[in-house]
Design a protein around this ligand. Structure first.
Ligand code: ZN
Length: 67
């Protein structure tokens, strides 16, 4: 009677992918301001709790969307 059986592990583990790190750079608006605010648009209120929404980063000076 066979009690234990080898489970088929499926596909081979994925090859390690090297992540290329990029140099951090300051987020500066076209107007020259380096100050930005994070806002969320389209938030919903469910059971009194705020949820959802799309995150946007705005320049605090000219209100341009930076991301
Ligand atoms: Zn700006």
């Amino acid at each position: 009677m066979k009690i234990f059986s080898v489970i088929d592990g499926g596909d081979k583990p994925k090859a390690y992918r090297k992540r290329y790190k990029t140099e951090p750079e300051p987020l500066i608006c076209v107007c020259g301001s380096a100050t930005s605010v994070e806002v969320k648009t389209g938030r919903m209120i469910v059971d009194g709790k705020i949820t959802g929404g799309v995150k946007q980063i705005l320049c605090i000076d000219c209100k341009a969307i930076l991301s």
